[in-house]
Design a protein around this ligand. Structure first.
Ligand code: GCU
Length: 344
């Protein structure tokens, strides 16, 4: 049943190399990621020594990036590493807010389960609007003008910021460097997938309710479409993407490529039953299509659309459909930890 559904969509075949897939997604959808900094320094300040009962003091670290164009760009991140002298797997959460803990981030529970938790607030990288004059956008674009149709949108800039957090994480002895998972919700779930897809240093990338232009197959998608997302949020993408408004069937790619770029590493897609705008069935189908890109055991699912309460944790791609609204809930995080624990 799922195989027939996928076949009927006529999805573009994944290219023979990762590089070609990244090139296509960047050129046609997100824009090219900004260049890496030439060097990075940081300042580290403990802001809540007794965070998590003193088991994981909360630090604010300011990352200062020297950019190839001679300008510099700084942004803060928040860091809680269990202080038991051991090295820990980590979550890097790209969040809507800079509060720690947060509505979307159960920091203490994550730390108590042995995770180091790194948080970056997307607005600290560049604001979520059509203004390209401030933050990282201001450093990249003269007069805030995106001249080329492939110039990056805000999702690509947020992904760039998360990759700089990874540069920092790799200097931290309290973290197992091969076990860093990037996670985000909704527009930031799209961002988390792009971050992990284009940077093989990440162990796993998690999309929570990311839907259109994130984890959901675009062809025949219900709810949000390329047209609606490009009209409401044109600044998330490069200008080339606009040509696929009402023209999804001519896209030379689809979103299973983004998930497939995580192979042979891990990917996770989470859906919520009432989130029809994101379209759980299309998110699930993307996992099915992407699963083929792993040599074996990519995505293991029963041969039917997902049902509320399903969680598929056996393959390299994890998936769950929880009851409720578009939200980044504790239940989502618990599922992610269950999946990751199974992988060792
Ligand atoms: C809007 C948008 C979605 C996005 C969501 C969010 O609903 O249409 O594409 O994922 O916002 O980020 O919360």
């Amino acid at each position: 049943m799922l195989k027939e559904k996928i076949a009927a969509l006529n999805l573009p075949v994944f290219p023979s190399t990762r590089e070609e897939a990244i090139e296509m997604l960047c050129r046609e959808e997100y824009g090219y990621l900004p260049p890496k900094p030439i060097s990075m320094t940081w300042e580290d300040e403990i802001i809540v020594p007794r965070f998590c009962a003193g088991k994981a003091p909360l630090h604010k670290v300011t990352l200062n990036c020297a950019m190839p164009n001679g300008k510099s760009f700084s942004f803060p991140i928040y860091v809680a590493i269990p202080a038991d002298g051991k090295a820990h797997p980590a979550f890097l959460h790209i969040n809507f807010r800079d509060s720690v803990p947060d509505l979307y981030q159960p920091s203490e529970e994550l730390c108590d389960n042995g995770y180091a938790v790194f948080t970056v607030c997307y607005n600290d990288i560049t604001k979520d609007d059509n203004d390209f004059t401030s933050g990282l956008a201001g450093v990249l674009f003269e007069n805030g003008e995106r001249k080329n149709d492939t110039d990056c949108g805000k999702i690509a800039m947020w992904a760039w910021g998360a990759q700089r957090v990874m540069d920092y994480i790799l200097t931290q002895p309290g973290v197992i460097h091969e076990r860093v998972t990037v996670a985000g919700h909704s527009r930031l779930g799209k961002t988390a997938l792009l971050t992990g897809a284009t940077d093989t240093r990440f162990y796993c990338a998690i999309s929570n309710d990311s839907g259109c232009s994130g984890a959901a197959i675009t062809r025949e998608k219900q709810g949000e479409t390329v047209k609606s997302i490009c009209e409401e949020f044109p600044f998330w993408f490069c200008k080339n993407y606009y040509k696929y408004k009402d023209n999804e069937h001519n896209m030379p790619f689809d979103q299973h490529w983004l998930i497939g770029l995580l192979a042979p590493r891990y990917a996770y897609v989470a859906s919520a039953s009432n989130d029809l705008w994101a379209d759980p069935a299309s998110e699930h189908l993307a996992c099915v299509a992407a699963g083929e890109l792993w040599e074996k055991d990519g995505f293991i699912t029963p041969d039917r659309p997902p049902r509320i309460g399903d969680s598929f944790h056996e393959g390299k791609v994890g998936y769950h459909l929880r009851a409720g609204e578009h939200f980044f809930s504790r239940e989502d995080w618990l599922n992610f930890m269950t999946f990751l624990r199974k992988k060792g």
